[in-house]
Design a protein around this ligand. Sequence first.
Ligand code: ARG
Length: 461
Amino acid sequence: TSNEMWGGRFASGPDAIMEEINASIDFDKRLYREDIAGSKAHAEMLGRQGIITVEDAQKIVEGLSQIEAEIEAGTFTFSRQLEDIHMNVEARLAELIGPAAGRLHTARSRNDQVALDFRMHVRGAFEALEQKLGEFIEALLDKAEAHAETVMPGFTHLQVAQPVTYGHHCLAYVEMAVRDRSRCRDALKRLDECPLGAAALAGTGFAIDRHMTAKALGFATPTRNSLDTVSDRDFALEFLSVAAICATHLSRLAEEIVIWSTPQFGFVKLSDAFSTGSSIMPQKRNPDAAELVRAKPGRINGALISLLTVMKGLPLTYSKDMQEDKEQVFDAIDSLALALAAATGMIRDLEVNVDAMRKAAGHGYSTATDLADYLVRELGLPFREAHHVTGRAVSLAESSGLGLEDLPLDVLKSLDSRIGEGVYSVLGVDASVRSRTSFGGTAPDNVRSQVSDWRQCLTVG
Ligand code: ARG
């Protein structure tokens, strides 16, 4: 049988394989809410402009409401023969209200329709992400505040570098999450234009009011160029870019949780709620949630590369290639939402082993820089020379199996006779972090004031 939408031109229906490759309903039914909202706004505008009668517009809107209810109740039958969400909804509308349904598609095309639906869906995803990032930030701030004084080793090359505070470490992730959130906000500004009314590609001769539909659908203005409008998927690419960066941050956090929760580190303990056991080894506690968060960039980066690749080289305007835009974006939206929720839950629940962190902070001569700084400050040595003297102190300590602060004064004096008792006050990890008061440094007072600054600016906006 021929197609009920374009049967006028076609004598026979599609091959089964054609139907299978062409149909998008299995995944684009996810857009039903946006599709229906867009159609309602369009119908109302057509009625208001006198392009269809107000009675027909009214019937269409009522029919669409019923369809939405049917879909939500799970009683709606989606059909692959009807290809996509747009035609599934329209065909049902015809069943419900008769010929008036055929007037809905006046001055519209599936090209501007899908651009609208998808854009609204991505807008919702950005808004949800922004909000979930807020909760993540809250969880990090709570930890940062509780651990403003908790000393841990700071690492470079995953080798102990200098003591830092765990609160400061949490605030590093706050910075990343705040940037992620501001990327959402930036993208939302560019996304704030309504595609509806671009029609197939050239606009329309009907006297539509694009400003009215834009406003009804929560957009600041209509898009300006009809050709660009039906060709553009930048908003989805931006979502995937933002998502990829955000997932990268979460992945780094997750990796630290994985490492830190090993018995070898023992810095943190994941709650039971976010751990799994082993089916064979009774002693095991595995950080599966953290590992899955660590892995999510695999999917999300894949989605970004995938859509960039679909779009590259596509001539203007719409081509069916663009139907390949949705599945991976949907998967990225869901993957990121889940990763973020898991990261927030893990951080909230995380038990911090303050003693283990503190002990590890003193390992690996982490206060060597403090000794060098002391030599600069108290003895007036140039930093490069102080670095050299300190290196010798470290090597003496290492060969006798001692920490820097355990070296007897006469040993230190053998390096430079002007070194005095005062040196011991800089060799401890607490003194070290307390001294790091430069702007952005790890000192507990800095951490506390940054937490309160963040809280203030987050409640404001
Ligand atoms: N299902 C299509 C998509 O997702 C809708 C637009 C179809 N437009 C067309 N000219 N065939 O892109």
